[in-house]
Design a binder for this molecule. Structure first.
Ligand SMILES: C[S@@+](CC[C@H](N)C(=O)[O-])C[C@H]1O[C@@H](n2cnc3c(N)ncnc32)[C@H](O)[C@@H]1O
Length: 365
């Protein structure tokens, strides 16, 4: 990425995404915002939009969005970087203009203006994160009004510097925590899915108006909530959502979370014997239990096999399933007899754990 100079045109933006979701977030930015994708790094998508508006905050597959102050892929990993960080921060960005954009988009907390600096650093550099933060602070000297106070939490303005090996992006955070956590999600379960991952799975399923989408192991209802939100935003008509779980506590959490999102049919059931008619659903979205938290490896194989056979029964021919699992092998084995066709696979990093989203299409019978 060439270093960005002061410019009168709309500055670029960047989004932070869970590693592995870059492609799907780029698709969302391009199709929903008309964005032009400039660069994709691990966990970061740099893009331009014709205008920076609150619409940016409507993105579903991104964890955070920023307006870019400067970016580089010329870091040396040596101490020289620190001087450059200060110099680029001081000279390569029009902070007044960035603040104007920020204030137009971001909801301003009440009270005295405050700011917060966030520095992230991955890769091997001779300097520490704290030194990069100091370099950033030096570059920002005099850029904000003297009355602004630093604050650790709920700051009115957050300046982020993210360094990944020889690449760095620095910008103002436009989103707040509700982008990644959503407002509907008041009930959390230990294995609850991250909303941005659920949103990515919903995009991959491409459900159309009039279709029925099933989450047979719905937990706290995140996939169902994202499906309802997505169809509402598209405004092309209702997608029917059905969900169930064998655990009553999970169902209660789903009921609470979905209450403010939209209507859905929920039931207590065992995903291996669903009370649903054959070929009654068009899409299946699921993240069956995985990891030590919920199941042992010995349980996963039989559970996936029995679920696959039941899901194959209820899914209509040509229907699509989008599944998230930690281990692909038991899933592949479970699906083999049903000859579902693999459409797409994404390896994602969710809270330090690697998992795979796979998209499948059921053939004609
Ligand atoms: C990883 S969680 C699902 C999270 C959920 N998709 C969400 O959006 O938050 C897995 C869920 O599968 C449920 N489960 C496990 N075995 C089941 C079975 N045989 N039938 C139905 N639900 C089951 C668990 O109770 C748990 O809530």
């Amino acid at each position: 990425m060439a270093r960005m100079k002061k410019t009168a045109e709309v500055p670029p933006c960047y989004a932070m995404v869970l590693p592995g979701l870059e492609a799907i977030a780029a698709e969302e930015i391009a199709s929903d915002l008309g964005g032009d994708i400039r660069k994709t790094l691990r966990g970061i998508v740099v893009f331009r939009v014709p205008e920076i508006t609150e619409q940016l905050l409507q993105l579903r597959t991104t964890e955070d969005v920023f307006v870019l102050a400067w970016g580089t892929d010329e870091l040396t990993h040596r101490a020289l970087d620190l001087k450059n960080i200060t110099r680029w921060t001081a000279s390569n960005a029009d902070w007044q203009r960035l603040l104007q954009i920020h204030h137009a988009v971001h909801v301003r907390p009440k009270g005295k203006p405050t700011y917060h600096l966030v520095t992230q650093l991955t890769g091997q550099h001779v300097y520490h994160r704290s030194a990069a933060r100091e370099a950033l602070a030096k570059g920002l000297a005099g850029k904000f009004p003297a009355t602004w106070k630093p604050a650790e939490e709920n700051a009115a303005v957050e300046v982020w510097l993210t360094i990944q090996k020889q690449t760095a992006v620095c910008g103002l955070r436009l989103s707040d925590r509700t982008m990644r956590h959503r407002t509907y999600k008041t009930e959390h379960l230990p294995a609850s899915l991250r909303p941005t991952v659920a949103a990515a799975m919903v995009r991959l399923a491409e459900a159309q108006a009039g279709m029925t989408v099933l989450d047979p192991m719905c937990g706290a209802g995140t996939l169902l909530a994202e499906q309802i939100e997505s169809s509402r935003r598209q405004g092309k008509g209702i997608v029917h959502t059905w969900g169930g779980d064998r655990d009553l506590n999970a169902l209660r959490a789903a009921v609470t979370n979905l209450r403010r999102v939209g209507p859905t049919i929920l039931a207590q059931w065992d995903s291996r014997a669903l009370p649903l008619a054959t070929h009654s659903v068009d899409r299946i979205l699921s993240n069956p239990p995985f990891g030590k938290q919920l199941s042992t490896p010995e349980e996963i194989g039989p559970l996936y096999r029995e679920c696959a056979s039941e899901w194959n029964r209820v899914l209509r021919p040509h229907g699509v399933a989008v599944l998230l699992v930690a281990e692909m092998e038991p899933l592949l084995e479970a699906l083999r007899p049903h000859r579902w066709r693999p459409v797409r696979r994404l390896r994602v990093q969710i809270l330090g754990q690697t998992a795979t989203i796979s998209v499948w299409r059921k053939p004609e019978e």
